[in-house]
Design a protein around this ligand. Structure first.
Ligand SMILES: [Zn+2]
Length: 410
């Protein structure tokens, strides 16, 4: 095991060991159904010096995002698009952004967020390593550069005279192997008076809600507010505001500025730090019970599936998110329990899930085959999915959510 990617201390405390699984966004084409597949250990540790929860970066980001086959397009989730629109409305108002401002987004994916600034006439630049996502963004009129972000990219952009008033990086911090270099890049790139906002899943919610399936190879790091504040401070950035969001099962949106900038700290900063401290997030004891909770969630899900299969019921999945693959591979659930899954993204349809090799179809398949149970893999979108599939109740179809413990919704 390498040392802590933030502070360099030796990593000795195991957080949870989820066995081995393949890369979760690598869907297998049907033509390769009989080909071998690489599996990598999935074992998270917690640093007892800075309390950053982390995985060894066994798989470089180039292998995940780099070759134009990255499978995640943000625009296929209605609730995520609405979330991006609301953010742009609020940010435009709060920071007075207009045609004279400049907004940059790191990991801008298919332009799902920046397109809202383009509509408002605000100049934008997307920075996105997956060339297929970047092409989709350009088709929406979102100027996008294909590269990874770090101190070197930041220096290049600054040399070109580009420094953002608002710099956005949503759901990317966890994917960064060189964490200090990335945050140093934010510091270099951000205009002196500018604001950087980042969203990422909150470690407190991962632990409280037993969201072990959000641990996968592409997510190298898992953050409490206390730890992320320390990581930013080390590079000369001060977090002056924080919001708790419902997205991805419970995320933080942090607001940073240069340490000496005039933005005043909101009371929310001290409040969340106090709450985390009271829970003991900077003590080993806080992390001790998680691994057994995870094993128990696996036993409960398998017990449920064995019961319904013995009763002759049919089970389908819904969705093909990264987290679904951690769940299915850790629990050993394959075609023996789940006939198929469905996903709205045509990029995923007609492939097989990595590892479990469960086939992925378009959502119509559910209405053709009328399964008894639908296991919702992106449980964070449960409400949206149950609404979209309301018609399954016509044949008595029920929904199943695996996290924090298996639960059936009529
Ligand atoms: Zn550390």
């Amino acid at each position: 095991m390498s040392d802590c990617r933030f502070c360099g201390a030796a990593l000795e405390l195991s957080f949870v060991d989820l066995g081995s699984s393949p890369l979760c966004q690598r869907h297998v084409p049907r033509s390769q159904a009989l080909a071998p597949e690489a599996f990598f250990p999935l074992h998270a540790f917690v640093c007892t010096s800075c309390y950053l929860v982390q995985l060894e970066a066994l798989v470089p980001p180039e292998a995940i995002f780099g070759d134009g086959e990255y499978g995640y397009f943000a625009s296929f989730s209605d609730s995520w698009l609405a979330h991006a629109r609301e953010y742009v409305d609020r940010a435009s108002q709060r920071w007075g952004l207009d045609a004279h401002s400049f907004v940059a987004e790191i990991a801008s994916n298919d332009g799902y967020l920046l397109q809202n600034f383009v509509r408002r006439g605000v100049p934008v630049l997307g920075i996105e390593p997956a060339s297929n996502c970047a092409a989709a963004a350009r088709a929406k009129g979102v100027e996008t550069r294909v590269c990874f972000f770090g101190a070197e990219t930041a220096r290049e952009l600054v040399r070109e005279g580009k420094r953002p008033d608002l710099l956005i990086a949503n759901n990317v911090l966890a994917h960064v192997p060189e964490l200090n270099d990335f945050v140093a890049g934010l510091k270099l790139f951000l205009r002196e008076t500018g604001v950087v906002t980042l969203e990422f899943p909150h470690l407190l919610r991962l632990i409280a809600d037993n969201q072990f399936d959000t641990i996968y190879h592409e997510h190298y790091s898992y953050f409490s507010f206390s730890t992320v504040r320390r990581i930013f401070a080390a590079q000369g950035l001060r977090l002056f505001d924080v919001e708790e969001l419902a997205t991805h099962g419970g995320s933080l949106r942090i607001y940073g500025c240069h340490t000496g900038a005039t933005h005043l700290d909101t009371p929310r900063v001290a409040e969340l730090l106090a709450r985390e401290s009271a829970l003991g997030v900077e003590t080993p004891g806080y992390y001790a019970a998680f691994a057994e909770e995870v094993r128990e969630a696996k036993r409960a899900l398998l017990e449920f599936l064995i019961g319904v299969k013995r009763a002759g019921k049919r089970v389908a999945g819904y969705g093909a998110p990264g987290k679904g693959n951690t769940l299915l591979n850790y629990c050993g659930i394959r075609g023996d329990f789940i006939d198929y899954t469905v996903d709205r993204s045509p990029h995923k349809q007609n492939n097989l899930l990595p590892g479990s090799r469960i086939p992925i179809y378009a959502p119509e398949k559910i209405f053709e085959t009328k399964p008894d149970y639908i296991l919702i893999l992106p449980w964070n979108l449960r409400q949206e999915i149950m609404q979209q599939l309301a018609r399954v109740r016509a044949w008595g179809g029920k929904f199943v959510v695996p996290i924090p413990r298996v639960q059936v919704f009529e």
